[in-house]
Design a protein around this ligand. Structure first.
Ligand SMILES: [Zn+2]
Ligand SMILES: [Zn+2]
Length: 420
């Protein structure tokens, strides 16, 4: 084995493989399921930290500006209205929509803030060759919260709202709108620039790596899902588990109770899918008349006004994506349950797709919140968030949790059993 060679277990199919050479600025892919096993940046470790740190500091400045200044300003009937992201959340909280307010707060303010400040907490001392206290735990929280940071979805929601609002009043894009656009690019650059493997080595230089003599007979090898270090897991009461030597996270050979948890969450999502599509997402009161706006009628409205590109985007994000996600997860659960041998590689790809697309369905929630926070012209027009939005938000959250609970390695376990 060459000096730089290492063994890695694929996070998507569980296959143990040896990587003998990592190309500069390249990625190593799994030879069985095509998952990206490891990426390497072309810049040197010290430079990578410096680059990412500069991006994080700039992103934090943009984040503050984006939250202080209004996103959209409206002029209607001689009145001027403006809304910031915080006032949208405040609208939901003061209108007895605590759960929805919490969801909008986490996805648009809380998660990006924790993500950026957590990275600053780690990268600043690491840049000066120091390790901050609890660095592995903080980095773990940053990783966990990243899937809930949905600024790009919020941006799409703002654009849809601008189109819808321009039919009602004069819309002036606020400073925060442009800043959000920039912030999305900065966060994408941070995520692609950061060499996580290198950062783990800097954060825990004294961490023990797995030695052959420490592997007991009957142990299985798998990567820590948090820091990707190869760990040996020992069987205890029918379950393979241990603790990662580098970050202290509990390591299971397969996600704990994956099928049961995923099925329960999926079932709850299917139940909530019905009111999410039938109940109004927005309730519009104008000239004494009250009208409900469901997800589908929102799409039809845009199409009727000739805004086809936005109508198609909204249809894909709010109707096609959630339905597709429910169907894919159901299919994955059934095929794993019945130990199907059918197209394991394609099923693994479908699983990756569900992880990638689920967040985009949040767009309708952001549109409803922004419209309601802005249009409160008593006596003329008042927009409220309907219960459909709460049901729809719960479908998004439940399917995201269901996808996280599903372990794609179970697809391959069935294939291995037949080959044995
Ligand atoms: Zn694989
Ligand atoms: Zn670990």
């Amino acid at each position: 084995m060459s000096r730089n060679a290492f063994i890695i277990s694929c996070h998507d199919c569980g296959l143990l493989q040896q990587i003998t050479h990592m190309p500069e600025d390249g990625a190593a892919k799994c030879c069985r399921c095509d998952a990206t096993l490891r990426k390497r940046q072309h810049i040197k470790p010290a430079k990578s930290i410096e680059y990412t740190l500069a991006l994080v500091i700039s992103a934090l400045v943009l984040f503050i500006i984006a939250n202080v200044y209004p996103i959209i300003q409206l002029q209607a009937e001689g009145r001027e209205m403006a809304t910031t992201l915080l006032s949208c959340v405040n609208y939901l909280l003061t209108h007895e929509m605590l759960l929805l307010g919490g969801l909008v707060f986490i996805t648009s303010i809380g998660a990006p803030l924790i993500q950026l400040s957590g990275l600053l907490y780690i990268l600043l001392p690491v840049h000066f060759k120091r390790i901050p206290p609890y660095a592995p735990q903080v980095y773990r929280s940053v990783k966990l919260i990243t899937s809930w940071s949905m600024l790009e979805v919020l941006m799409l929601g703002i654009l849809v709202s601008v189109v819808k609002l321009s039919a009602l009043a004069t819309v002036i894009p606020g400073i925060a709108l442009w800043t959000f656009g920039l912030l999305i690019f900065f966060i994408a650059a941070i995520l692609s620039n950061l060499d996580t493997e290198m950062l783990w080595e800097q954060m825990s230089p004294n961490a023990q790596t797995l030695r052959v003599q420490n592997i007991k007979s009957g142990d299985q090898l798998t990567n820590c899902h948090n820091c990707h270090l190869l760990c040996a897991v020992t069987e205890r009461r029918g379950q393979y588990k241990s603790r990662c030597l580098r970050c202290g996270t509990k390591v299971h050979l397969r996600k704990h109770e994956s099928l049961t948890r995923c099925s329960a969450l999926l079932l709850a999502a299917i139940v909530m899918y019905i009111p999410a599509n039938l109940l109004p997402v927005m309730v519009i009161t104008s000239m004494g008349k009250t009208e409900g706006d469901t997800i589908m009628s929102g799409v039809i409205y845009l199409a009727a006004y000739g805004d086809w590109p936005l109508a198609i985007i909204l249809f894909i994000a709010s109707i096609f994506v959630p339905s597709l996600k429910l169907v894919i997860l159901l299919m994955l659960l059934l095929t794993v349950h019945f130990k199907s041998q059918w197209r394991a590689k394609e099923r693994t790809r479908l699983y990756r797709l569900t992880e990638l697309i689920g967040r985009w369905s949040m767009v309708d929630i952001f549109v409803a919140t922004l419209m309601a926070a802005l249009i409160q012209i008593q006596g003329l027009m008042v927009i409220d968030v309907g219960f459909g939005a709460l049901a729809f938000g719960s479908v998004v959250v439940l399917t995201m949790f269901a996808a996280m609970a599903f372990d794609p390695r179970l697809i391959w376990d069935n294939m291995e059993k037949v080959n044995e």
